[in-house]
Design a protein around this ligand. Structure first.
Ligand code: NAD
Length: 349
């Protein structure tokens, strides 16, 4: 079995998780790194034992490095499209963080290129690898809930809430991030709905900025916020399931709370990142007798994101991997959410 030599681009907060996941999985060696921040390059370079010649300020040079077999990209959103574009041009396999791009126009340009030069790519929709969500998908597909009629998905965090006095970081800068909670957390909800139920047919949405201005850390100067920190939408899926979605980073008391409830003719499932190895399943055990059970997720549903990336790199098939096209469709649906909220109307997809 091959061991893959990885070029890691972006060495900030989320890169720590990627480094740990690669180490846990084995079969990955980070051989080159890239960041525009010299201090991060030096610190991470020393930590990983990367020679000075393989520490790049310019990600294009890392992608051109013949010692790199695949790229892992963990930069802010405004760099995502440029990195994926460079990978497509170089024929370089990649795992790129979500959201797929900052703007839908960028995703559309990438699709044109991808159709000419397809490359194995994976997008970091990591909740496909939460065991409870995978088991829920299996139970739905096996018809264990009967026909699914409706569902709800929420993704709540609290770090942007007023008592936290969160300053003006790149996640609030529209030029860098594109959208606020929509791209950050909503992209995961959209991917979860597609993972469970297939394509969206239509949706209507509202986006709100709950904290209108935030201080620049160094100066304390207040900056107007142009991205959402709350988004909600309702949607109809290809099988006519109707769903409601909400996401906020201002939900005080929420840690990292991504939750799905699925309502079928013969039962209900609740799955949550707060309890990732169990599901709540309410079903009729005998006529008229409803039972609520907490079910352990079977081992077969414990697949890791980096295990699936190996599947892709090895050239084998995976029915669950978030692909280039999943990234593109996700961005298309986010664009529909923005248009619906701005134009105050239902958007058909
Ligand atoms: N899948 C998930 O659950 C999940 C969770 C958190 C973050 N993310 C995603 O990961 C990405 C990074 O988030 P983060 O929290 O690590 O951000 P961060 O700000 O902590 O780190 C980003 C790093 O990228 C570097 N960078 C900026 N421009 C660059 C360039 N042109 N070339 C190379 N490096 C560059 C920065 O200097 C910084 O070190 C975001 O897109 C975010 O949406 C995904």
């Amino acid at each position: 079995m091959n061991n893959y030599r990885i070029g890691l681009i972006g060495l900030g907060g989320m890169a720590h998780s990627h480094m740990r996941w690669m180490e846990e999985e084995g079969r990955y060696t980070i051989v080159a790194i890239s960041d525009v921040n010299e201090a991060a390059l030096t610190e991470r370079g020393e930590q990983l034992g990367i020679p000075a010649g393989k520490r790049y300020r310019d990600f294009e040079r890392l992608i051109a490095d013949s010692d790199v077999d695949a790229v892992v990209s963990v930069t802010p959103n405004n760099v995502h499209a440029a990195i994926v574009r460079a990978c497509l041009l170089a024929g370089m396999p990649f795992l790129a963080e979500k959201p797929f791009t900052r703007l839908f126009e960028e995703a559309a340009e990438l699709l044109t290129l991808y159709e000419q030069r397809p490359v194995n790519g994976m997008v970091g929709f990591s909740y496909r690898y939460t065991p409870a969500f995978r088991y829920a998908r299996e139970l739905v597909r096996e018809g264990k809930l009967g026909a699914v009629r409706s569902f709800s998905i929420q993704y709540l965090q609290s770090w942007g809430a007023v008592p936290n006095h969160t300053p003006y970081i790149w996640r609030f800068n529209k030029d860098i991030t594109g959208t606020g909670t929509l791209g950050d957390l909503g992209s995961h909800m959209i991917d979860m709905a597609r993972f469970l139920f297939g394509e969206f047919k239509e949706l209507s949405a509202q986006m709100r900025t709950l904290v209108p201005e935030r201080p620049v850390p160094a100066t304390g100067r207040m900056v107007k916020i142009e991205v959402d920190d709350f988004v909600s939408f309702q949607a109809r899926m290809e099988g006519d399931e109707v769903g409601i979605f909400q996401s906020s980073r201002n939900a005080i008391g929420s840690g990292n709370q991504h939750e799905v409830s699925i309502y079928g003719d013969t039962g209900t499932l609740h799955a949550s990142t707060l309890n990732p190895d169990q599901l709540i399943w309410i079903r009729e055990e005998a006529p008229g007798q409803l039972v609520k059970a907490v079910i352990d997720v079977p081992e077969r549903c414990k697949v890791s994101q980096y295990g699936d990336f190996l599947t892709l790199l090895d050239g084998a098939a995976s029915d669950s991997l978030p692909s280039f096209m999943d990234g593109y469709r996700n961005q298309q649906i986010m664009d529909a959410v923005i248009r619906s909220s701005t134009e105050k109307r239902t958007i058909r997809l």
